[in-house]
Design a protein around this ligand. Structure first.
Ligand code: ZN
Length: 249
């Protein structure tokens, strides 16, 4: 592995020759906005959720939500809804790269909407977004500003009293098919793919990389990942700092 300075120079060189750049990001893209990664060992929610009787992957599952909406929503409001969070350097750098016409799409596993807040337009949200909500009974859609007024409660439908849920993919639920198709097409068309802030261990991240047949795979993460050996360039460090430098912000 090169040292970071050399690696960043190399990344800039790759981006100059890129014609179809795509970014695939995980929770690490948002941790610099103080949004915890509930899978990371040190500061993730697995260790901070001791007061709960259930682990996050149970609480955030479809069947648990149906059975215990109150516990689900307690957890959801406390741990997933960070409406005050601001985009960080990584989000802004990616928005700038899209503005320049270089970046063609972002594929994210995050549900926090921070890419859009930073100005990105082409964003495939694999796990949905806290900003979209709908009634489970009559499917009426609710704007986030209405939902956030119910912070701490179970939001219900003004029309039919049904429970309103976020359009966030829960455990046991399939990913949205049109989002998957869009993401796969973007990856298939990419000549350069930057993967950032994901350990690439958990489904579906690792699987999506199989669709990449472009020239250069770049991995930016704090720790090494199982896919590092197939990458053309691995940079360990802050994704915000690294992307800001290559986007000339
Ligand atoms: Zn309803």
């Amino acid at each position: 592995m090169k040292n970071n300075k050399e690696a960043i120079t190399e990344l800039k060189r790759i981006l100059k020759g890129a014609e179809n750049l795509v970014f695939f990001g995980g929770a690490g893209t948002s941790t610099e906005s103080n949004i915890p990664d509930f899978r990371s060992k040190e500061q993730g929610l697995y260790t901070s959720a001791k007061k709960e009787d259930y682990p996050p992957e149970i609480i955030l599952s479809h069947s648990f939500f149906l059975k215990h909406p109150k516990v689900f929503y307690q957890y959801y409001w406390d741990n997933l809804v960070h409406e005050q969070a601001k985009p960080n350097k990584a989000h802004y750098a990616l928005a700038a790269l899209e503005e320049k016409g270089l970046l063609k799409a972002i594929i994210t596993q995050n549900v926090d909407g921070l890419h859009q807040k930073a100005g990105s337009r082409k964003v495939y949200e694999l796990h949905g977004s806290i900003y979209r909500n709908y009634c489970m009974e009559c499917r009426k859609e609710y704007e986030f500003k209405e939902i956030i007024k119910k912070r701490g409660e179970i939001p219900t439908c003004s029309k039919c009293q049904g429970i309103v849920r976020p359009a966030v993919t829960l455990y046991e639920e399939p990913l949205n098919l049109s989002v998957i198709e869009g993401a796969i097409t973007a990856i298939e068309q990419a000549d350069v793919l930057i993967v950032g802030g994901t350990s690439l261990v958990v489904y579906p991240a690792a699987g999506f990389l199989e669709y990449f047949h472009g020239g250069k795979l770049i991995i930016i993460n704090h720790e090494s990942t199982p896919q590092d050996r197939r990458a053309d360039l691995v940079i360990q460090g802050s994704i915000g700092e690294i992307l800001a430098e290559v986007a000339d912000l």
